[in-house]
Write a new protein. Sequence first.
Length: 143
Amino acid sequence: MTTEQAASVLPHLTGSFRSVRTATPVPAPGSSAHVEVEGHAIAVFNVGGNLYGIDSACPHRGCPLEKGRAESGQVVCPWHRLSFDLTTGAVAGGPGLLRRMSKPVTAYRVESADGFVTVLLPPSPRTVDSRNPVPGLTPALAA
Ligand code: FES
């Protein structure tokens, strides 16, 4: 079975990314939520009705970034004031040396599906395996 055939069986497999629905309701405008999906801890922000997702853990000391204040396309870490671009995850501001030493966070594409947070994730070997592209099917059935 090809990846394209698997995509027809798994409608949530789109292009090179998978749309993974979570059980977390979409946060209200101006608020945020913490989402755990397939080993990714993601801070989800609703800014004026637009959803943004970045790694939850601040790369400095691990503060949950969903506790930060999101405004002007950035979130400010409440512990030591590093800020991150909500679209790219790049370091956008903060105290001098801390800013220069910090690594960016991963940005995720997040959407709403029936009021629940959906995260687009790249395919993983566990779900797109050329020998068994459909989880739950035996290789003999998938061939
Ligand atoms: S933990 Fe985020 S800036 Fe220090």
